[in-house]
Design a protein around this ligand. Structure first.
Ligand code: PLP
Length: 464
């Protein structure tokens, strides 16, 4: 993956035989225009790698003592290098805001990771798997026990019977499911429709795949699908539509009518649907509907999901993609050369997680609804315009009552002067202007943290 980030399509690279099988595959996704693998490019990448390692350790907040030995080894500074397909993407906003939170001692309601731990029964299963020596490479598409657990949960949730061996692929988090789906099924120049605001990895991954993005904006207060815009956007030239329900950042859940409209248009125009459902178990105000369960849709849908949100184990990065065999083929081809396989003991534990009784999910929802109430009531009392959120652990608000010019300025002010972190939503749009009035808060934090953040905002947030 590092290779495809640092090479552009016109770059030439010579491979020395023998080479590991994954290298030609990655290079071919990097070098879509010229497939000639000629002049040798490694020397120029070395200093860049060292520069990026030193940047990375600074970003993670390494102490200056940690960095001393590296200083002596560093070559003269050179401009950072990145392939054209990734030039426009900067350090993700989540990392930037989390770093600022540490710097200013701010309460982090920005990045969506819980500040509490995952359940013991899952952690114990991982420890047991490690102790039992389940520690070598897993089968590429997943250990059979986990594939079966994923298929069983999908059947319970959607009524669909899928073949765990042929239609389920285990990936490194949903992030890799997204990447493998795009890289495995999208050709350079293919048109893909996104709904903005969107999770930031979609645009970057589509850019790596060389896709042409068409964006449809969901607007407040209810972020509903603009029917006429969608009808005129989808055509025979469209390869895929990407949806995310429940939706990050807005908390919107696509209604049955909206999903049926998308489904009808996709069937009429022979279009695929990629659906990111990582928040399916955090559906509070509406019933989660999987696109794949609509009539005629399974055969053209890739459903992507992961363990992280539902089991408060975002650091485990265990995900999966479910698709009919003819689409799974492309997903697996890309997956084979991105990561090949995912952590073995964590897959054993993930299988245990997915077999959790219904009471686990009920308790999760109850806990999150209590947290959500604290944050929503707090944000309303502080003076934000709070938009309804049906699912996920996010709330989007309009910050303009406080008089700052845009979302980034507001978030900087909020961190520095109030001591609370939120995420500016302009990063979730192709046209940042569209998100300039909105910021996102998360409630995946313990109740005391949420109350403390609300207290700070009540005390310190003033109209400017
Ligand atoms: C909509 C959405 N999709 C995918 C992901 C990434 O999931 P994972 O951590 O399993 O890679 C996130 C994480 O925040 C997300 O919000």
């Amino acid at each position: 993956m590092l290779l495809s980030a640092s090479l552009s399509s016109s770059d030439r690279v010579m491979l020395l035989r023998p080479f590991s099988t994954f290298r030609p595959a990655l290079l071919s996704s990097s070098l879509s225009k010229t497939r000639t693998l000629r002049s040798f490019a490694w020397p120029s990448t070395k200093p860049t790698l060292m520069a990026s390692i030193s940047t990375a350790s600074t970003e993670k907040g390494a102490s200056s003592t940690d960095q001393e030995p590296q200083k002596q080894l560093q070559p003269p500074a050179r401009p950072l290098q990145v392939a054209k397909r990734l030039e426009k993407f900067k350090t993700t906003i989540f990392t930037q805001m989390s770093m600022l939170a540490i710097k200013h001692g701010a309460i982090n309601l920005g990045q969506g990771f819980p500040n509490f731990d995952g359940p013991n029964f899952v952690k114990e299963a991982a420890i047991q798997a490690i102790r039992e020596g389940k520690n070598q490479y897993a089968r590429g598409h997943g250990i059979s026990d986990f594939n079966s657990a994923i298929a069983a949960r999908f059947r319970k949730d959607t009524g669909l019977e899928v073949d765990p061996e042929k239609e389920v692929t285990v990936t490194c988090g949903c992030t890799e499911a997204i990447a493998a789906t795009m890289l495995g099924l999208i050709n350079p120049g293919d048109e893909v429709i996104l709904f903005a605001p969107f999770y930031d990895s979609y645009e970057a991954t589509l850019s790596m795949a060389g896709a042409k993005i068409k964006c449809i904006t969901l607007r407040p207060p209810d972020f509903s699908v603009p029917v006429d815009e969608l009808k005129s956007a989808i055509s025979k030239n469209t390869r895929a539509v990407l949806i995310n329900t429940p939706h990050n950042p807005t908390g919107k859940m696509f209604t049955r009518e909206e999903l049926e409209l998308i489904a009808t248009l996709c069937i009429e125009n022979d279009v695929l649907v990629f659906t990111d459902e990582v928040y399916d178990k955090l559906a509070f105000e509406a019933e989660h509907i999987s696109m794949a369960s609509l009539p005629g849709m399974y055969e053209r849908t890739v459903t992507m999901n992961s363990l992280g949100k539902t089991f408060s184990l975002t650091g485990w990065k265990i995900g999966w993609a479910i698709a009919p065999e003819h689409l799974t083929w492309g997903v697996r081809q890309a997956h084979s050369f991105l990561t090949f396989a995912t952590s073995t003991p964590m897959q054993w534990a993930a299988a245990t997680a997915l077999r959790a009784p219904d009471s686990y999910y009920e308790e999760l929802k109850r806990d999150y609804m209590a947290k959500k109430a604290i944050l929503v009531e707090g944000l309303e009392a502080v003076g934000f315009v709070v938009y309804p959120s049906s699912g996920t652990y996010f709330i989007v608000v309009d910050h303009t009552p406080f008089g700052l010019e845009n979302d980034v300025a507001f978030c900087e002010y909020l961190i520095q002067e109030v001591g609370v972190v939120a995420i500016p939503t302009s990063v979730f749009y192709l046209n940042p202007e569209e998100g300039k009035n909105l910021v996102r808060f998360t409630f995946c934090k313990d109740e005391d943290t949420l109350k403390a953040a609300v207290h700070r905002m009540k005390q310190r947030l003033r109209k400017i």
